[in-house]
Design a binder for this molecule. Structure first.
Ligand code: SF4
Length: 340
């Protein structure tokens, strides 16, 4: 009998797991709720640490999928019934699907910066998120203030919505520090005369070549990193942004004006993941990301036989880590299917 795996989520992890499983001879249906697969990577211009174009990785993953996988876009799962050794999925389109294994790869959402009112996002014109800056880079649109001026001073606020008890997110989002350093360099490449500042609590440059990029930012590009918490933002008459900062190294309050303020927004669990987890009765951690069967030894398995996890449903992941994790999930699913 043909064994079928349904993968919910067509981002980096879902695409990778789908092509790996197909290579292993499994029948795969990849469900994506948007019009196209690719997830957040579709909106990203250049990747860290080497600043290669994001579309190169997206094209690679798309080519790998080829015609081996049954991709169904604009699909939302409304209900999942768990049988003894299989699953029945009801889709919003009215169709239903049966499968032997289910992989949740529904990824993450970005923190809604409006929740941090003190930064003035969606209130002041010249406060934008890192995702919006990336989209400007990707589209080739001029990087200016909303009033059309070339920015002379640009600030990056780290940990927006992460490591923040008030926001309810104690975890670190892992990749926003390196994103901030990459984007700060890209601003300097465009505007060598601009002054660029990063306001951080700690700089977490955890992976290979990240620390070197941080050195490059300081030594080659003269980017200023200030250890401090931005406590308040206000708008001047000319729409520049005044920041109040507590410098945590010197314990002195600082005031500074920038033309453009970029908020490095972190990961949050997607409501879609939590909805699916509730249907499948899967355990959710205090951070609201999904819990694998064992963090170290069974990180792509769940406590429910036949249900697997890949990528950012389990917490913040970089693209390369999501690809590696999805490859592991594919092997685990293949091994499970052989036992049926
Ligand atoms: S990666 Fe950096 S900016 Fe992101 S949450 Fe962690 S410490 Fe904060």
């Amino acid at each position: 009998m043909t064994r079928t795996t349904v993968i919910i989520g067509g981002g980096v992890a879902g695409m990778t797991a789908a092509s790996r499983l197909a290579d292993l001879g499994e029948q795969v249906i990849l469900l994506e709720r948007e019009e196209q697969v690719g997830g957040h990577l579709r909106n990203w211009d250049r990747l860290f640490p080497n600043r290669r174009p994001g579309y190169e990785v997206l094209n690679y993953l798309t080519e790998e999928l080829g015609s081996k996988v049954d991709i169904r876009c604009l699909q939302t799962v409304t209900t999942i019934f768990s049988g003894e050794r299989d699953f029945q999925l009801q889709l919003a389109s009215g169709k239903s699907l049966r499968c032997d294994a289910l992989l949740l790869a529904t990824g993450f959402d970005l923190f809604d910066a409006r929740r941090k009112e003190e930064y003035g996002y969606a209130i002041y014109d010249n406060v934008i998120t890192s995702a919006e800056l990336e989209e400007l880079f990707r589209s080739g649109a001029p990087i200016t203030t909303r009033q059309g001026k070339v920015p002379k001073r640009v600030g990056f606020v780290h940990c927006v919505g992460s490591r923040d008890e008030k926001a309810g997110n104690l975890y670190c989002s892992k990749v926003c520090c390196v994103t901030g350093v990459k984007q700060a360099i890209e601003i300097k490449e465009l505007f060598p005369e601009a002054e660029v500042f990063g306001f951080y609590m700690d700089l977490r440059m955890f992976d290979r070549h990240f620390e070197e990029m941080y050195y490059e930012a300081q030594q080659k590009w003269d980017i200023n990193f200030l250890r401090g918490r931005v406590s308040e933002c206000a708008e001047n008459q000319d729409q520049s942004i005044v920041l109040k900062i507590e410098d945590t190294l010197t314990s002195r309050p600082l005031k500074m004006t920038v033309d453009l303020l970029v908020l490095l927004v972190g990961f949050v669990p997607s409501p879609e993941t939590l909805r699916l987890a509730a249907m499948l009765d899967l355990p959710v951690g205090e951070d609201r990301f999904l819990e694998p069967a064992d963090e170290h030894t069974k990180s792509t398995l769940t406590v429910k036989p036949g249900v697997f996890l890949a990528g950012a449903v389990k917490g913040p992941f970089s693209i390369s880590n999501a690809i590696a994790d999805a490859g592991t999930a594919a092997l685990q699913i293949h091994a499970y299917l052989k036992t049926l």
